[in-house]
Ligand binder design. Structure first.
Ligand code: MLC
Ligand code: AMP
Length: 503
């Protein structure tokens, strides 16, 4: 195949005169119009000199045009690099410096602030706003709607997605055409997607879940998407009667449960899927009681796309993430050997979904990816007698807040720089809306008084909002074990009711 991912997912839109995207305001975009948009962007990027293998970085609001940029980048053989819209200039400087994209597309409102970053790293800066307008759109309108994709091998890279690291340094996960296409095809079959499906799409498209699981699966199977800028419970309920499938993080489901008329809105739905963070068994049960639907929970990550899923027809077991996907091998390891069923170990996975390594970080790649192709996920789990996987914890120091990952180290490094702070410990605490929320424990330097609010204010412009602690407290010193390691488990136990009590 000349361009495996493009040919399977986007080329079939050409000549399709039925809608592919439905927008909140009632507008519809049919397949051929969307393909023409992709072609114009692809031709414009080529005219700018973007070559196969170059990175195309984007930090733009979710829109049909933003999705078209993904398709265009893949179509011209470039490597698509989407960035969370919450990232600050400080964070972007790192990503752009590390990935050195040929082009960086940002919101026009941020262009002035980001120009020095783009210039410093040799990227051409273009703009695209939430309405699909900006420099890229203007360039695109000068170009042809006829498009020939650039030939790529199945093992060539299609995307790089950054994932934060336990050391505080983000790593770019390199994903090949095969990684993305094999996983989309496996999920489409497992979840019984057909051209008759309409996916309610309210996730961001800068992460695996919204971009690869949701968009790739719906487009690969010739379905339609109700493409929303973000999550709003009332809008989802209004549009749900026109949809068949919803994919969301657990916060979507807890919020929907609080909304009136959920049962009525869900009547025509075929499937509700949850992932990216643990879905509490009680949410699963409450949703079934309210709607009659058993949410299908699956488990994945940036480096591997999806690894496991509850079955479509068999038992969807609450509190588990289901069975390994048909083409994914999964084992639970401790001390170099597989643990007996029922015992806890770390999940390792191998298969066509597993990434190609971290961008320009061979040592970090070697830490997590064995020469035999096993990826060490850092997730702790058990297997039951039927092979269902239950995630019971994480070996990595990680907080998952509303489906976004926050690595405490990155936050601690900034907090430790605040005036008067000796050291800090960042932990995740149970939160009724976000599942877990970020919380900081600060200790003062000798003789200093630390005001938690001023400390939080000092990092406000340097870190994406979702990573910033929702609350902070001061302690005289952090609890440590005999080895001197901060005992975060003790802190989590001490403050476990903080958000339940305050929200
Ligand atoms: C927003 N805020 C958050 C937050 N989302 N804070 C902590 N955690 C979050 N997840 C902050 C904002 O900065 C703002 O702060 C305030 O909350 C309100 O912002 P908002 O934009 O109105 O929030 P809302 O729209 O309600 O967003 C919540 C959400 C959203 C849960 C709908 O976060 C979301 O769509 N999450 C999905 C994440 C996702 O797609 N993950 C997949 C990763 S892929 P302030 O202070 O300015 O008011 C992956 C692999 C896999 O994990 O398996 O799928
Ligand atoms: P990310 O790095 O954003 O891709 O996040 C991946 C991490 O999210 C995984 O390593 C898990 O810790 C977590 N995760 C994803 N899906 C689930 C799930 N269904 N249940 C529990 N944790 C999950």
């Amino acid at each position: 195949m000349p361009n495996p991912l493009f040919d399977a997912i986007f080329a079939p839109l050409h000549g399709r005169d039925t809608p592919v995207l439905h927008l909140q305001d009632g507008r519809q975009i049919n397949g051929s119009a969307f393909h023409a948009q992709i072609a114009r962007f692809g031709n414009a990027l080529r005219a700018l000199g973007v070559q196969a293998g170059d990175r195309v970085a984007v930090q733009v609001a979710k829109s049909p045009e933003a999705l078209a940029v993904y398709a265009a980048a893949v179509g011209i053989g470039a490597i698509f690099l989407p960035l969370n819209t919450a990232y600050t200039a400080t964070e972007l400087d790192y990503f752009i410096g590390n990935a050195t994209p040929a082009v960086f597309i940002c919101d026009p409102a941020r262009a002035e602030a980001l120009t020095p970053i783009a210039s410093a790293h040799g990227a051409c800066l273009l703009t695209l706003d939430a309405a699909g307008q900006g420099g890229l759109a203007e360039l695109g309108s000068d170009h042809s709607a006829t498009f020939t994709p650039t030939t790529r091998a199945a093992s060539d890279l299609a995307a790089i997605l950054y994932t934060s690291g336990t050391t505080g340094q983000s790593k770019g996960a390199m994903l090949s055409h095969t990684n993305l296409l094999s996983n989309a095809a496996t999920l489409a079959e497992l979840w019984r997607f057909t051209p008759a499906d309409t996916l309610l799409h309210a996730l961001p498209i800068f992460h695996t879940h919204g971009l690869f699981v949701a968009s790739n699966v719906a487009l690969l199977t010739g379905g339609q998407m109700i493409f929303l800028p973000g999550f709003d419970a009332a809008t989802l309920l209004r549009l749900m009667p026109q949809a068949t499938v919803l994919m969301g993080v657990p916060t979507f489901y807890t919020r929907l449960l609080d909304a009136p008329d959920l049962a009525q809105a869900a009547r025509n739905m075929r499937l509700f899927i949850s992932g990216s963070a643990p879905l509490l068994a009680e949410t699963h049960q409450a949703f079934e009681a309210a709607t009659g639907h058993r949410i299908l929970e699956r488990y994945g990550m940036t480096e591997t796309n999806m690894n496991t899923s509850n079955p479509y027809l068999g038992e969807r077991r609450a509190g588990t993430v289901g069975l390994p996907l048909p083409d994914v091998e999964l084992r639970i390891m401790a001390g170099g050997t597989e643990v007996p069923r029922g015992e806890v170990g770390m999940i390792e996975v191998r298969g066509p979904n597993v990434f190609q390594g971290y961008w320009q970080m061979p040592e970090k790649t070697a830490e997590d990816l064995t020469p035999e192709g096993w990826f060490l996920t850092g997730d702790l789990a058990t297997l039951d007698a039927e092979g269902y996987v239950s995630i019971v914890g994480r070996a990595k120091d990680l907080v998952i807040s509303g489906g976004y990952n926050v690595y405490p180290k990155e936050v601690e490094l900034l907090l430790d720089e605040a005036p008067g702070v000796l050291e800090s410990a960042v932990i995740g605490l149970p939160h009724p809306d976000l599942g877990e929320a970020v919380f900081a424990v600060l200790t003062p330097r000798k003789g200093d008084v630390v005001d938690p609010e001023s400390v939080l204010a000092s990092i406000r412009d340097r870190l994406a909002r979702f990573k910033q602690p929702k609350a902070a407290v001061v302690m005289a010193e952090l609890p440590r074990n005999a080895m001197g390691k901060v005992q975060k488990a003790l802190l989590r136990a001490q403050y476990k009711d903080w958000f339940a009590a305050t929200s």
